[in-house]
Ligand binder design. Structure first.
Ligand code: ZN
Length: 76
C-alpha cells in the first residue's frame, strides 16, 4: 500500500489501535516501509517512496529510481 508518508500513516493507525510488526524503516531501494496487521488479521505493508536526499515524494519505484539517477548524475 503506497502512502505519502509512512511515518505519519504509521502513527495515525497506531492511535486507532492497529497492530504493527516493526517500526517504519528505510529500505535499501529507497522506500520507507512499515508492516501493519489490521484488527481483522490482514497484514499489509505501508510504503512511502520519498527521496532520501531532497525529500521529494514519488508515486512509483520507477519514478524514484529515475529520480535517484539524477542525483547520482549531479554528484559525479
Ligand atoms: Zn531527490
Amino acid at each position: 500500500m503506497l502512502v505519502d508518508d509512512a511515518d505519519k500513516t504509521y502513527s495515525d493507525l497506531r492511535e486507532k489501535g492497529d497492530r504493527f510488526v516493526g517500526e517504519p524503516r528505510d529500505q535499501p531501494w529507497g522506500a520507507r516501509t512499515a508492516t501493519v496487521v489490521a484488527p481483522e488479521g490482514n497484514a499489509f505493508i505501508l510504503e512511502s517512496l520519498k527521496c532520501k536526499i531532497c525529500g521529494e515524494s514519488h508515486q512509483s519505484y520507477l519514478e524514484l529510481a529515475e529520480h535517484m539517477k539524477e542525483h547520482k548524475g549531479r554528484a559525479r
